[in-house]
Write a protein that binds this ligand. Structure first.
Ligand SMILES: [Zn+2]
Length: 157
């Protein structure tokens, strides 16, 4: 995993959001846009409520927000095994990074669909802590069983 701290100069609050995930903000700083004096102002304060800079009287402001950005390479590996003569894969595996909807965190997800022994396995772990977030092993028929007994819709391409 690659991590880096980066400083991002922003103008609007909305940039804190990246693909629906709120970015963790380390610090917000407001400085005078002319002389650079650090000011004890809220970034969200409306410009008409501003007081002139105590040093130079300027109404211009520069906002500096430090965002803790974690840069990772997301990858996914998929494997499908088919018998000679084609047909539905008898085994499918997927291993890789998966954005967990509940927490907005990237997790390691592995799943194996084995049609030979009719088992479905899924394991989701937190790459930071190594904790198992979700683990399940169940008969494929039980996992897929959403109206279609053969599970044709699941993972067909
Ligand atoms: Zn100033």
């Amino acid at each position: 995993m690659f991590s880096s701290r980066s400083k991002v100069h922003i103008l609007y609050e909305t940039i804190y959001y990246y693909k629906g995930t709120k970015m963790p903000i380390d610090s917000k700083k407001v400085a005078c846009g002319d002389c650079g004096l650090q000011l004890e102002e809220d970034c969200g304060q409306l410009s008409e409520n501003r007081l002139p800079c105590p040093a130079c009287g300027s109404m211009r402001r520069v906002f500096q927000v430090t965002i803790r950005a974690t840069v990772t390479f997301k990858k996914k590996l998929g494997i499908k095994g088919r018998h000679a003569g084609g047909g539905k894969p008898f085994i499918e595996q997927g291993h890789g990074d998966d954005l967990h909807r509940g927490t907005g965190k990237w997790m390691k997800k592995s799943r194996i669909i084995n049609r030979e022994n009719g088992l479905y396995k899924e394991l989701v772990t937190d790459p930071e802590t190594g904790d198992v977030v979700h683990e399940c092993e169940e008969p494929l028929s039980q996992h897929v069983g959403h109206g279609d007994a053969g599970g044709k819709k699941e993972n067909e391409e």
